[in-house]
Design a protein. Structure first.
Length: 212
């Protein structure tokens, strides 16, 4: 990562956390937390690697809210040892995020936070509001800040792969469908969109042609 990109991401994270904290501070009851720790990790993704499928607005918002909901539900199951409750909340959160196409690493932290804080200890209303306020509120504010910041700095968020002219390499050797099928066949999930791979191949092909 270049120094300029690193600086831009750092400033973005600063702005995003201010927005997220401010939303919680203004709208949350005074005795409640204004922000939850997983937002720090969400900010790293939204501002540091905004092109990642793990950093989309859907992932940031739904991933955190869904995972926190699971964490609250697990925390309400009686007589479950804390070790098992923590492991169960994170495991179920991963499964739920995958199923809803909202995989977001900080979601695991949101699930764990909800289980450890056990907000349902206060009352059920507080417990079931926790995934939405403060978690959802923080996530929405962070996402809005990310959209605004990336647009101000001349970038697109949420990320969309650029349309590229079909290069000679792509025309002669493989199609977009080939790229997609190859990604699906990988033994482990790659954090990349098929369109970005196509753009990368087109850039490589163009650079090779320019050198001839």
């Amino acid at each position: 990562m270049s120094r300029f990109i690193s600086l831009r991401a750092s400033i973005g994270g600063f702005v995003g956390i201010i927005a997220s904290y401010s939303a919680g501070f203004i709208l949350m009851p005074i005795e409640s937390a204004a922000i939850v720790a997983p937002m720090g990790a969400s900010a790293v993704l939204a501002f540091g690697v905004p092109a990642s499928p793990l950093a989309t607005p859907r992932a940031v918002i739904l991933g955190n809210v869904l995972s926190a909901t699971i964490g609250v539900i697990v925390s309400l199951i009686p007589d479950v040892p804390l070790l098992i409750a923590c492991a169960l909340s994170v495991g179920l959160a991963i499964a739920a995020m995958n199923a809803s196409k909202s995989l977001h690493p900080p979601g695991g932290a949101s699930a764990l936070t909800a289980t450890l804080l056990h907000p349902g200890n206060h009352d059920l209303t507080t417990g079931f509001l926790f995934p939405f306020v403060p978690v959802g509120l923080n996530a929405v504010a962070l996402t809005i800040a990310a959209i605004a910041y990336h647009r101000i700095t001349g970038h697109t968020y949420p990320h969309r792969p650029q349309d590229v002219e079909a290069s000679t390499v792509i025309q002669n050797y493989f199609t977009r469908e080939n790229i997609y099928n190859a990604l699906q066949s990988m033994p482990d999930t790659l954090d990349v969109e098929p369109g970005d791979i196509e753009q990368l191949l087109a850039i490589i092909d163009k650079n090779k042609c320019d050198l001839k």
